[in-house]
Each structure stands twice: as structure tokens, then as C-alpha cells.
Design a binder for this molecule. Structure first.
Ligand code: SF4
Ligand code: SF4
Length: 218
């Protein structure tokens, strides 16, 4: 990202204030607004995490047409946005789509309305974990956790640790094990981790953000 683009993003983040609904005048309006605020809350959470309003997406479908893993997803990426727009959170959060998203950014670059769908998918995964949703793609979730563990401990990815952690989580102990010797010989795997110098800063980031992983009801 260029310096100017980074500055613009920071300015946008600093100035972002989530929209406040008008105060209700009657008991019935109050009851309706309470119901709406409950059903809208996840859309608001995603908006706050991504600094972009989900209503920006006008469902042209260009993102899904170019998504390289669309074939494996249960719901097209743009439809996940639509479910969130409509307040159909259970369907959106339990979809395999956010977990199969490879974060390749093809959708974000193609969107004619500059909606960052890759960032949206990140936020949906985060919210699903925070709400304690039963993730269908358990192996992907295990890989996700094993990868983050390496970053937490070493400040960067450590492939051997990642594979060992993933295998302990999934108990797929022998899967792909025959490819390991060749990778060691060709220098693709290192027996020891290469830690970054300032591991403490990375650990601090994990400490600051891990409190957000509390599970709440939908
Ligand atoms: S390309 Fe953009 S506007 Fe079109 S459906 Fe995808 S996210 Fe929505
Ligand atoms: S970032 Fe995810 S949703 Fe977007 S095109 Fe890539 S894989 Fe598909």
C-alpha cells in the first residue's frame, strides 16, 4: 500500500463513527427498535471491524464471478454479504464460505463500489468465533489456530511447528508425512524456528485482542 493510501485509510479509521438510530417515540417503536438493534448488531459489529458499511455492496456479483474457490463454497461470497444485510446471521455465520475464502483479494480489487469483501470475510470469521458458532470446516479452523500459535510464539510462521501443531489438533498424524524428507533436503523446511527480534510486541498484540474472543449468544 502506498504512503498516501495508508494515510487515507488511517484518516478514514479515525473519523469512522457507526450510525446511531433515532430515539423511539412510543413503546411500540421502542420494542421494534430493541428487536431491530438485536438483529442488526452483527452487521454493526462487522461494520465496526472493517470500517465499511455492508450496505455498500449492491449485489452485482462481480466478486463471486472471479472468486477462484467459489466452486467449493456452499454460498457465493456476495450472497454472504446479502445474508448479513438482511439480518440472516445464522445462515451467514454457519456458512463454509468465509472459512474457504483464501484471502486472495480478487473480489476486493474487482468490486465496482470498492467494497473490501476479503476484509468482510475476515470479520465474519472473527464474529463466528466470538459467538461460538459451530464451524463446519474444522480442519481449516485448526489450521487457522495452529498458524496463529506460531505467530504468537515466534513472531512469524514456523512451518515445522505449524505442521506439528496442526497434526496434534486434527490427529491426522500420517497425512502428507512422506513429503517431509524431500522438503528438508531441498531446504524448504527448517528444523529450528527463526524468531523475530521483538517477539514481545507481537505477544502484546495477542494479549490486547484475545479478550475479544469471548463467546456470546447470537
Ligand atoms: S463486486 Fe462488490 S458490489 Fe458487487 S456483489 Fe461483490 S462486493 Fe457487492
Ligand atoms: S478473497 Fe476470498 S471471497 Fe474474495 S475472491 Fe479471494 S477467495 Fe474469493
Amino acid at each position: 500500500m502506498s504512503g498516501n493510501a495508508l494515510k487515507d485509510t488511517k484518516k478514514l479509521q479515525a473519523s469512522f463513527v457507526p450510525p446511531t438510530p433515532p430515539a423511539p417515540d412510543t413503546a411500540q417503536e421502542y420494542s421494534e427498535s430493541t428487536h431491530q438493534s438485536h438483529t442488526r448488531s452483527i452487521a454493526d459489529e462487522i461494520t465496526e471491524k472493517t470500517f465499511q458499511d455492508v450496505s455498500l455492496c449492491y449485489q452485482c456479483g462481480k466478486c463471486s464471478a472471479g472468486c477462484p474457490v467459489r466452486f467449493y463454497m456452499d454460498i457465493a461470497p456476495n450472497k454472504v454479504v446479502r445474508l448479513i444485510q438482511l439480518g440472516l446471521y445464522d445462515e451467514a455465520l454457519s456458512s463454509t464460505t468465509p472459512w474457504l475464502c483464501a484471502g486472495c483479494l480478487t473480489c476486493s480489487t474487482r468490486c465496482p463500489n470498492s467494497f473490501d469483501l476479503a476484509k468482510f470475510m475476515d470479520a465474519v470469521r472473527e464474529v463466528a468465533l466470538e459467538k461460538g458458532v459451530d464451524v463446519k470446516e474444522k480442519d481449516i479452523l485448526n489450521f487457522h489456530k495452529a498458524f496463529l500459535d506460531q505467530i504468537r510464539h515466534h513472531g512469524r510462521s514456523y512451518e515445522v511447528g505449524l505442521v506439528a501443531d496442526y497434526k496434534m489438533r486434527t490427529l491426522n498424524l500420517l497425512q502428507d508425512v512422506d513429503s517431509a524428507p524431500g522438503m528438508f533436503v531441498n531446504g524448504k523446511l527448517s528444523a529450528l524456528p527463526h524468531n523475530i527480534k521483538d517477539k514481545k510486541s507481537v505477544k502484546d498484540i495477542f494479549k490486547k485482542t484475545s479478550g475479544k474472543q469471548k463467546q456470546k449468544p447470537l
